[in-house]
Ligand binder design. Structure first.
Ligand code: AMP
Ligand code: ZN
Length: 115
């Protein structure tokens, strides 16, 4: 947990969010600026600033987070035919919040390549 990190504050309940999922390791909440009918942020409770600085010891949590994403997606009929998971990494990757997070998007058809 990092004192001044927005997503750490959301995990601690110091900044309000619409919670979608929580367990001892992972937290998920609605994105404040949704880019699809369903747009959920899925984050580890451990503060990791981005995918560019993960450690060997993060293997378990980063694997587990995909299990959680799959579990969350199953709860939404809108995602039964598919969904998209995105990690933006670093400034050139479009990252704006430096607590690693996975965007879970669903409820519409997505294009490829992304912008
Ligand atoms: P990224 O640009 O990949 O770093 O994604 C950061 C995401 O966090 C964006 O989609 C924002 O809309 C979202 N976001 C920023 N502040 C909040 C907040 N207070 N509650 C929920 N989502 C947020
Ligand atoms: Zn954080």
């Amino acid at each position: 947990m990092l004192e001044n990190c927005l997503f750490c504050k959301i995990i601690r309940g110091e900044v309000a969010s619409h919670k979608i999922y929580e367990d001892s390791k992972v937290f998920a909440f609605n994105d404040i600026n949704p880019q699809a009918p369903i747009h959920i942020m899925v984050i580890p409770k451990k503060h990791i600033s981005g995918l560019n600085v993960v450690l060997e010891e993060d293997e378990k949590i980063l694997g587990y987070i995909q299990v959680v994403i799959s579990k969350i997606a199953k709860r939404f009929p809108e995602m039964k035919n598919g969904f998209r998971v995105i990690n933006n990494c670093g400034v050139e990757g479009g990252q704006t919040v430096f607590h690693i997070h996975y965007h879970l998007l669903g409820g519409r058809i997505f294009n490829w390549p992304p912008g």
